[in-house]
Design a protein around this ligand. Structure first.
Ligand code: AMP
Ligand code: ZN
Length: 114
């Protein structure tokens, strides 16, 4: 846990969030400012600041992020399409420096993204 990290505090239940998944390695919760009808953030419990800081030790948990996203998408009947996004670095829009995958669904999405 990193002392000043918002998502570590959510993992430790020091800050409340609407949890939708939790296991030994990951937790997932509703985004506080949703950009689509479904907008979930999926995070490793281990504090990794961003994808740029991930190491080979994180390989398994990085795979699990995608599989949990697919599971949550199935649960929410997002079979028509959904988007998973990892913003890495402030230039890509990352604002919380604890690695997380966005799962967005329930509307259509433009490509290329903004
Ligand atoms: P990013 O910009 O990729 O770092 O994504 C950070 C996301 O965290 C944004 O979509 C925010 O709306 C979301 N967020 C910030 N604070 C909270 C919170 N307390 N609970 C849930 N989501 C949050
Ligand atoms: Zn953290």
């Amino acid at each position: 846990m990193s002392a000043d990290c918002l998502f570590c505090k959510i993992a430790a239940k020091q800050i409340s969030a609407k949890l939708v998944h939790e296991d030994a390695d990951l937790f997932a919760f509703e985004d506080i400012n949703p950009q689509a009808p479904t907008h979930i953030l999926i995070c490793p419990k281990k504090h990794v600041a961003s994808l740029a800081e991930a190491t080979p030790e994180d390989q398994e948990v990085l795979g699990k992020l995608s599989l949990v996203a697919a599971k949550l998408a199935r649960e929410r009947n997002l079979g028509g399409g959904y988007r998973t996004v990892i913003n890495t670095g402030s230039g890509a829009g990352q604002t919380v420096f604890h690695l997380h995958m966005h799962l967005l669904g329930g509307r259509t999405f433009a490509w290329p993204p903004g």
